[in-house]
Write a protein that binds this ligand. Structure first.
Ligand code: GLN
Length: 306
């Protein structure tokens, strides 16, 4: 039944790929075929369902912000992470620095670039990229995740805006470690290559409170999983988060590589790949897919009791 539903969800969302474009400000991402679309769903009971392009590797981009936040909460603790990074949706584009300069002295939340760069500045001095890679592979239940060197170089050669954000954060005292090391760490995390399956794996671990339900191994503290899911619900889709919460109601995180990670608490993890993006930088067909699945499977966090 779930398999049929996924097939139908894919078919009804597919026309929407024409409504968006892949990100082109990172040149390497602009080369991706925008018509690809895939969805993968893993349930806590062990069900695994896939439809479409679920094994194609693509760039994790901003979804890595979830992994960095989880690592920072585990390694540095809640108080350090949220001392100078907020928990409020920003209402501005993901790469905006306007609020930093005008109204707030710290990033609004860890899911936008400024917040993630700040979080990475707490991690970079204490954990190597290799350790982050191992952590990512474990959380995504995917041992094949690796750094896409081409995407990494492509983003590094177009880094001015994030570099401006990072130095502004240093100027405000939010970043106190090496700025260039932090930027390198941030871009490497964004350049990891995943599949819709890896995102479903990560969603599954978060849905089960930080435990891999296949083995029973605890990968994250329950508190870390709770904090991450809450921030995903309020801030995970950038300045689309409000309408997405009303329409879909599933804590999610998108990336400009076209991925969406979704967590239906205590039930399932969902991973999506659809590189045609809307103006806000979210997968257009991916959002449609999730809206359909949410309605059909009653996945909305506040679904009406039937
Ligand atoms: N690496 C990208 C950037 O910093 C991530 C943005 C995204 O996925 N929204 O611009």
């Amino acid at each position: 039944m779930i398999q049929n539903l996924l097939d139908r969800a894919l078919a009804q969302a597919r026309p929407a790929v024409e409504l968006g474009e892949p990100a082109s400000y990172i040149p390497e991402l602009g080369k991706v075929d925008k018509r690809q679309l895939g969805v993968c769903l893993y349930t806590l009971e062990g069900g695994r369902y896939s439809a479409g392009d679920t094994r194609v590797r693509f760039s994790i981009q901003s979804i890595s912000k979830v992994i960095s936040l989880a690592a920072a909460l585990e390694r540095r603790g809640f108080d350090t992470v949220f001392q100078q990074v907020g928990m409020e949706p920003s209402g501005d584009a993901f790469n905006s620095l306007v609020r930093l300069e005008t109204s707030e002295s710290h990033p609004s939340n860890p899911m936008i670039n400024s917040g993630a760069i700040a979080v990475d500045s707490y991690l970079a001095p204490v954990i190597s990229f290799e350790e982050m890679l191992a952590f990512t592979r474990a959380l995504c239940l995917d041992r094949e995740i690796s750094l896409d060197e081409r995407v990494y170089r492509s983003e590094m050669s177009n880094i001015s805006r994030n570099r401006a954000i990072a130095y502004l954060l240093e100027n405000k005292g939010v970043i106190q470690s090496d700025v260039e090391q932090t930027l390198d760490f941030y871009v490497k995390m964004c350049s990891l290559s995943v599949t819709a399956e890896s995102l479903a794996g990560l969603g599954l671990v978060l849905a089960s409170g930080g435990v891999d339900p296949n083995t029973g191994a605890r990968l994250l503290k329950a508190e870390t999983a709770r904090v991450v899911k809450t921030i995903m619900l309020t801030c995970g889709m950038y300045n689309d988060s409000g309408q997405f919460a009303v329409r879909v109601g599933i804590p999610s995180k998108s990336g400009v590589g076209g991925g969406i990670l979704s967590v239906v608490d205590r039930r399932m993890g969902i991973g999506i790949f659809g590189p045609a993006l809307n103006q806000k930088g979210n997968s257009v067909a991916g959002e449609k897919l999730l809206e359909y699945l949410s309605a059909q499977l009653d996945l909305h966090i506040f679904a009406e009791q039937k």
